[in-house]
Design a binder for this molecule. Structure first.
Ligand SMILES: Cc1cc2nc3c(=O)[nH]c(=O)nc-3n(C[C@H](O)[C@H](O)[C@H](O)COP(=O)(O)OP(=O)(O)OC[C@H]3O[C@@H](n4cnc5c(N)ncnc54)[C@H](O)[C@@H]3O)c2cc1C
Length: 812
């Protein structure tokens, strides 16, 4: 078969991800060519252990892994090629109190997402896995639909399925270059010829980073060694043995030919190929490293004493691509149109392969993913993730934490500090405990004299709650200063700026200069792709402010949706402006002390912007709030930031000014029903479902992206609606993902959760679902419970902000 000169899609890489993507894309009727530099499966795929687990902390990624299982159950029948798929279920052990809490919370998460997961006593777990000793086990969880597959067989079966649907697969065909033109990927080059294409899909495993770097696309992954041992047959290992994960002993197990596969995630992983992957590396393993494996072995022997006497067939040491946050990387590159990536599978590419290939194929075919896959979206990264040394350090930390406790609010330590606001040093001296987002150091909370600015993680009430409560009350009663310099900020400039933003924004942006517009940006399904503030500076100039973590994504969304031919330029000015948010009932008094500009409500109303001077510095002041108090966001050219900060701090004591951090913002916004993108709202929810219909210009005859979908939705009863909940018991800890029950029936789960200090109660938000329609009456007529770590607790629904009185002050 000759290499074609043209193919609608070209997939690079014949591991499980490339073959799965080819299978799904060919099934969608696309002309697909897959190129593999050596042989199919010869990268990381051939040496995978083959465990297939499904539960993740995100509903859509759990759903994606569930798609893998759905496919693996039927693939062999479809293609006639064996896959080694066995749905023996998966066990997970807990050996201490906190791990048991984590497992019980996971069981509730599974229930929320529609996965069966049962809690077992140690004895019941042992009945399923007789070879293990359970004296240290407190409890276990069992997922009956987890399983295992033979990685090479399943990949070859996918490749056959792809061919059956018309895909062409070429082995020994290395892509040596990708051609680009006008910001688009247009062709791939191989020694055998050039293939012109409209979609290049890079599924090249650990080779992806280097290949994509040649065309300016950043894929932050690095190779890390990963080992597992394979034993000879062991008496008492049945064919239907469930997979077993023993996180407190860092190990996992599965049955293989009557023996066991046992591997682990050590705390001190070994990076591989730091100088680049050897040219001829294919179907190769690395040298077994028994010394490094010894601590894992030691832990395993305590669980499975039979390993002591079992014959060891081999210790597999294979390299695999890992990423800085432990999640894989999917989607169209923000740097280059028509260039898609599916890589960095962190040793769960077999589990993820079926679903990830499906999502990637649909993304390439339609230009958008079929569902919200933000946790794995390539646009979650940015310039902070380009340096390979940084990527490696953070990735090794993430690998080392694989079987660690998934603590709420846990932060990484490596590669910090990287991005610092001009106020960083001042905040540190003032007792800030910093967290990190997209490389930025951000104050999470401030320790008072005598307190240590250090997080102590727990599933109970955390050590920072007193400080956060202090900051919360000060914001409600006096005034607080938040350093929000990490906000992503864009200038949208050009003759057609208004026309372009009118199309992209759901709210009306045709207002006069000086107006602030809170708006969503919608996809064609009406789903919320971005949630941000648009400030009109001039007739042809807008300023957009969005969340720190959304810098790459929102900019990409705006740029790709500017209608063709329009004169509009998008500039990222994040680093040009520091942002001080001054929030609280005394914000006006304090700020007025430092400016001659009139801050009275008549002169400077809510939702407007003014250029003022504060302590001599030119400041763009935005009258807006995310905490529900009177206040301003002061956007200050970076070099003036310290001057403004020092002046505010000097004048502040008379007004009760105190510093406050991001964790206070979270509790404050929860009380005010302000939605958080990525939790309460996202591409799978519309503004109507999220209760944000008031910010959509449906009553005006202005066309906008997503309008038709919203109009169609408005004509029918809603199937889900965002609702707030407070538990009657103030001691309950809500973290998100708790199951919502209405009149005893499961109707959804919490998208976010926390504690409201003013209301003195835990607060959560989640969508109440009903196929026959949800409205205010439906919500208010139910009796509700939340399942928290498998226990049901009574709660009340709320459709309005919980702290209302303050709203008057905000507006007046
Ligand atoms: C020891 C070990 C145990 C594991 N156990 C499990 C497990 O139990 N469960 C699980 O889900 N996952 C497991 N994994 C992870 C799993 O193996 C990977 O996530 C998965 O195989 C990744 O598949 P891939 O297609 O992304 O990459 P690969 O299989 O590496 O495929 C990439 C392919 O791209 C080709 N390629 C690269 N550059 C080019 C080019 N320029 N032109 C053409 N072709 C190119 C390569 O030759 C390679 O074949 C394990 C991994 C290891 C190392």
């Amino acid at each position: 078969m000759n290499l074609p000169t043209q193919s609608r899609a070209v997939i690079i890489g014949g591991g499980i991800i490339g073959c799965s993507t080819a299978y799904h894309l060919a099934k969608l009727g696309w002309e697909v060519t897959l190129l593999e530099r050596k042989k199919l499966t010869s990268g990381s795929t051939f040496h995978a252990a083959g465990l297939v687990g499904q539960l993740r902390s995100s509903a859509s990624i759990t759903q994606l892994l569930g798609e893998s299982v759905k496919l693996y159950r039927t693939l062999e029948a479809e293609t006639g090629l064996a896959t080694g798929w066995k749905m023996n279920g998966g066990l997970r052990l807990a050996c201490n109190k906190e791990r048991w809490t984590e497992v019980r919370r996971q069981a509730t998460t599974a229930r929320s997402f529609g996965l069966e997961m049962h809690l077992l006593t140690p004895k019941e777990a042992q009945e399923l896995w007789p070879l293990m000793q359970v004296s240290d086990v407190i409890g276990a969880a069992f997922l009956p639909t987890d399983g295992q597959a033979n990685p090479s067989d399943i990949t070859l079966s996918l490749a056959k399925g792809a061919r059956m649907h018309g895909a062409k697969i070429f082995e020994d065909t290395q892509v040596t270059a990708i051609e680009t033109q006008n910001g688009h990927a247009t062709a791939v080059i191989t020694a055998q010829g050039r293939i012109a294409t409209e979609a290049v899909i890079v599924c090249a495993g650990q080779w992806t980073r280097a290949l994509c770097a040649t065309i300016g696309v950043n894929v932050p992954l690095v190779s890390v060694e990963h080992q597992y041992m394979v034993t000879e047959p062991i008496e008492g290992v049945p064919k239907n043995l469930p997979t077993l994960r023993d996180p407190d002993r860092l190990t996992y197990y599965k049955e293989e030919v009557g023996g066991l596969v046992m591997g682990g995630y050590e705390h001190n992983p070994i990076p591989w190929a730091q100088q680049g992957i050897p040219e001829d590396f294919s179907y190769q393993l690395l040298n077994s490293n028994w010394d490094h494996f010894a601590p894992i072995m030691e832990l395993a022997l305590g669980r499975v004493p039979a390993l002591q006497t079992a014959g060891v067939k081999t210790l597999i040491n294979g390299p695999e691509s890992f990423t800085p946050d432990g999640n894989f990387i999917l989607g169209e590159a923000p740097e280059l149109r028509g260039l898609f990536v599916g890589a960095g599978f962190n040793a769960f590419g077999i589990a993820g392969g079926g679903g990830a290939g499906k999502v990637l194929a649909e993304w390439a075919a339609s230009g958008a993913p079929p569902m919200d896959v933000w946790p794995v979206d390539i646009r979650r990264f940015g310039a902070a993730h380009q340096d390979t040394g940084w990527v490696r350090a953070r990735t090794l930390e993430a690998y080392g934490k694989h079987y660690g406790m998934a603590w709420p609010a846990e932060e990484y330590h490596t590669g910090r500090p990287l991005r610092r606001s001009p106020l960083f040093a001042r905040l540190r001296v003032a007792g800030a405990c910093f967290g990190e987002k997209l490389g930025w150091e951000r104050a999470n909370w401030f320790a008072a004299p005598g307190e240590s600015p250090r997080d102590v993680y727990t599933y109970e009430k955390p050590n920072w709650s007193t400080a956060v409560a202090r900051e919360h009350f000060n914001t409600r009663q006096n005034v607080s200063l938040f350093d929000q310099s990490s906000f992503a900020k864009f200038l949208i400039i050009g003759r057609d700026a208004e026309a372009a933003l009118s199309w992209i924004c759901a709210n009306d942006v045709t207002r006069k200069p000086g107006a602030l517009i809170y708006t969503q940006m919608l996809n064609a399904r009406g789903g919320i792709e971005a949630d941000l503030t648009v400030a009109r500076l001039e007739a042809e100039k807008y300023y957009i402010v969005t969340g720190t973590g959304f810098a790459t994504r929102d900019r990409d969304w705006i740029t790709r949706n500017i209608p063709p031919g329009m004169d509009v330029h998008v500039l990222d000015v994040t680093s040009a402006y520091a942002t001080i948010a001054l929030m609280g009932p005394r914000a006006r008094e304090l700020l007025q002390r430092l400016t001659d500009d009139d801050l009275a409500n008549a002169a400077f109303p809510f939702a407007t912007l003014r250029h003022i001077h504060v302590a001599g510095a030119p400041v763009m002041a935005l009258r807006i709030t995310y905490v529900g108090e009177l206040g301003w966001e002061l956007h200050i050219p970076a070099e003036y930031a310290m001057t403004v900060f020092d002046a505010l701090m000097a004048a502040g004591p008379a007004y009760g000014l105190a510093l406050a951090g991001y964790r206070a913002i979270e509790t404050l916004r929860l009380e005010k029903f302000y939605r958080a993108w990525g939790a309460d709202i996202g591409p799978d929810q519309t503004p109507l479902e999220a209760g944000l219909g008031a910010f959509v210009k449906l009553k005006k005859p202005i066309p906008f992206l997503g309008r038709e979908a919203l109009e169609a939705q408005a004509a029918r009863p809603l199937k889900k609606m965002l609702c707030g909940f407070t538990t009657l018991d103030p001691k309950v800890i809500l973290l998100g993902r708790e199951t919502i029950y209405r009149n005893g029936l499961k109707v959804g789960w919490l998208a976010s959760g926390g504690f409201g200090h003013t209301v003195g109660r835990p607060i959560g938000y989640g969508y109440v679902r009903n196929p026959y329609g949800v409205d205010e009456m439906f919500i208010n007529s139910g009796t509700y419970e939340l399942e928290v770590a498998t226990q049901r607790v009574p709660c009340r629904p709320h459709l309005a902000p919980l702290v209302d009185a303050e709203m008057k002050r905000v507006r007046g």
